[in-house]
Design a protein around this ligand. Structure first.
Ligand SMILES: [Zn+2]
Length: 267
């Protein structure tokens, strides 16, 4: 994790950088995904061809960002503390599934899971962060999502719960668990070995809380922390509050469980 350039990163993730926002709005009107994670420039479809012609293409060493954003990350290493929402989603029983399916079939179904889950997160304005084993995570920073960031994170979890997950080659449908939490995290650039790979990642206790909530959720359930509901201005609508002891943390977390037929946001 790198530090420095605090005002730049706070502007991007907390307030919304005016120039980047203009790029994002313009690029979202062009087809098609995949897109640069930061400026949303399209890499696919007609828009992708047009933008390549204008000099914007996937960065060679960091293909989830465009060459311009990759150069920006390299030029401004660092980060800032920002209040945002974090969503984790992971596959249940992936160890048993890997054993049963064998490596190729397992990797195929996991690739399908990443595709489906990532789409739910991007559709709700999430900024997808590194894939960790059998999990996908996204942050919902106000600089990208506006003041509704916590609502959008809840919408991301609800979208995941309602979306049909892929099935493995033996017919097993993947079961997922998700967790959403809101609080201050350090969000900043990470330099890879020999400076060869850069990404933007969140770090801190609140990130761990979201990950733990995801792992504690029952199959096809999302645990939404009370802090997220408060941020979103949401009422629990008759859902039972649960006090959860999270491994390695001294203070319990209050959370509400949603599934495919319970929702916090009005449809
Ligand atoms: Zn970009």
């Amino acid at each position: 994790m790198q530090t420095g350039n605090e005002e730049v990163w706070r502007a991007i993730f907390a307030e919304g950088h005016p120039k980047l926002k203009r790029f994002q709005q313009f690029h979202m009107r062009l087809p098609s995904p995949p897109r640069c994670k930061m400026c949303f420039v399209p890499f696919g479809g007609l828009g992708g061809t047009l933008m390549r012609w204008r000099g914007k293409r996937p960065s060679q060493r960091n293909p989830r960002f465009c060459n311009a954003c990759d150069a920006f990350i390299t030029a401004f290493p660092g980060g800032a503390e920002v209040e945002l929402s974090i969503l984790f989603v992971d596959v249940r029983n992936s160890v048993g599934l890997a054993e049963r399916l064998g490596p190729t079939a397992f990797s195929n179904v996991m690739r399908d899971f990443y595709t489906v889950a990532t789409q739910c997160l991007i559709d709700t304005d999430g900024f997808v962060v590194e894939f960790i084993g059998d999990a996908v995570a996204a942050i919902y920073p106000p600089g990208f999502c506006g003041p509704e960031y916590a609502r959008k994170a809840i919408a991301g979890a609800e979208d995941l719960m309602r979306t049909k997950m892929p099935s493995a080659s033996d017919g097993t449908e993947l079961l997922i668990g998700a967790g959403v939490h809101t609080g201050t995290v350090f969000i900043g650039t990470v330099a890879g070995a020999e400076g060869g790979y850069h990404d933007v990642q969140p770090l801190g206790d609140n990130v761990n809380v979201a990950a733990r909530l995801s792992s504690m959720a029952e199959p096809n359930q999302a645990l939404i922390s009370e802090a997220t509901l408060i941020s979103a201005g949401c009422t629990p609508k008759g859902l039972q509050a649960r006090k959860l002891d999270l491994k390695g943390r001294s203070l319990p977390i209050t959370a509400y469980a949603i599934g495919c037929d319970t929702a916090l946001l009005a449809a």
